[in-house]
Design a protein around this ligand. Structure first.
Ligand SMILES: Nc1nc2c(ncn2[C@@H]2O[C@H](COP(=O)(O)OP(=O)(O)OP(=O)(O)O)[C@@H](O)[C@H]2O)c(=O)[nH]1
Ligand SMILES: [Mg+2]
Length: 346
């Protein structure tokens, strides 16, 4: 599962990618597509780890892909190659430049860049949707499918992104496999000048991001790089000085995780405290399979303690005594933060 850092040339994608992954990809113009694993910070894992003092603590991870931007593309449109690279991403994180750059002549224009990127994606989608619609009509294919593509075409012609079409109005079984860009989850990261990193996004920009069905946040890649270079104690002090409880990068990674509709459940013990990643809505048996295929195959039941319940009582024993341990079957839908112990027999 992969989040693509996308956007026009020189907006700071590689800078953000390096901080998140600990890689050292050269910044500046272009370069190659890169993939990196990113740990998802989670206070719950920290707290559980403090309680169990396990030999090993494992956080959830997501993959980020640094997609090189095109310089001057705002005016000329994205190339087929760039579009294809963007299509390969499951969620889009659009990094927008909002700092003066010595390498780029134009003044920063976050709203303009957002509109330009959106317009490019709408055109690319419209091209796919219209072609498919023509063929489906000619060949008298499934009328439900034709209807779905008609809904999409109308939406795109009005310059609206597909992601804002409610589930009830579009059967997305028909959209799978077409690589439609405006149906991907969208996070807009506005990359700021150092001294404006903590300033809220302007009203107009926030409103537009919301209209596009996206989530927005501000950060300064340079400030995040400074924070990342500090040791954990200094980081906490630095953030407190800025009046923040966590870095923008932490929020950014967590928001991306949520955008992919991913949640974490936990396994705990003296050996390991670990966060596991599942799609929201996954049933207990499928979740067990994330841990090991034997647990899925021989699944008997899951013993579940929601994180908050565990923290309220302080130990598994206390939770049991209070009668709060949940015994769940294979169809139980695992919730974010569930501490799960799978009983199985193979
Ligand atoms: N002042 C300032 N400069 C930044 C910030 N983020 C990135 N830069 C600079 O902007 C330039 C471009 O950054 P990159 O991270 O290479 O941008 P990119 O989006 O990967 O660029 P392409 O890969 O060419 O699309 C570099 O010189 C960075 O040091 C920031 O928050 N503030
Ligand atoms: Mg780059």
């Amino acid at each position: 599962m992969k989040v693509g850092l996308v956007g026009f040339g020189g907006s700071g994608k590689t800078t953000v990618f390096n901080i998140m992954t600990g890689q050292d990809v050269p910044v500046g113009y272009g370069g190659e597509l890169r993939l990196g694993a990113v740990t998802v910070p989670d206070e719950r894992v920290d707290r559980l780890s403090a309680i169990f003092s396990p030999r090993k603590t494992t956080y959830a991870e997501i993959s980020f892909c640094d997609v090189p931007g095109e310089h001057g593309a705002q005016k000329t449109g994205l190339s087929p190659k760039a579009l294809q690279q963007i299509r390969d991403q499951e969620a889009l994180c659009l990094v927008i430049r909002d700092f003066e750059s010595p390498a780029l002549a134009e003044a920063p224009d976050p709203l303009g860049d957002l509109e330009a990127f959106h317009a490019e994606c709408v055109l690319a989608d419209l091209d796919i949707v219209e072609r498919r619609l023509d063929r489906a009509r000619k060949e008298r294919e499934n009328p439900l499918e034709v209807a779905a593509f008609e809904v999409m075409a109308a939406h795109l012609e009005a310059e609206r992104p597909l992601r804002t079409i409610p589930r009830t109005e579009l059967n997305r079984d028909f959209t799978r496999g077409f690589g439609l860009l405006t149906d991907r989850p969208l996070l807009v990261a506005v990359n700021r000048e150092e001294d404006r990193s903590a300033v809220a996004l302007p009203e107009g920009l926030s409103r537009r991001i919301a209209e596009l069905g996206g989530a927005g946040l501000a950060l300064s890649a340079s400030v995040e790089a400074e924070i990342a270079a500090l040791d954990p104690e200094e980081q906490a002090e630095f953030l407190a000085d800025l009046g923040l409880s966590e870095s923008a990068l932490t929020r950014f990674i967590r928001t991306s995780y949520g955008l992919l509709d991913l949640i974490s459940f936990f396994t705990v013990g003296e050996d390991e405290v670990r966060a596991w990643t599942i799609r929201r809505g996954t049933a207990a048996r499928g979740a067990a399979g994330r841990i090991h295929s034997d647990l899925e195959r021989g699944f008997i039941r899951a013993e579940v303690i929601p994180y908050e319940v565990f923290m309220e009582h302080g130990s598994e024993q206390a939770v049991k005594l209070a009668g709060r341990l949940q015994i769940e079957g294979k169809d139980y839908v695992v919730a974010d933060g569930d501490i799960v112990h799978v009983r199985f027999n193979v």
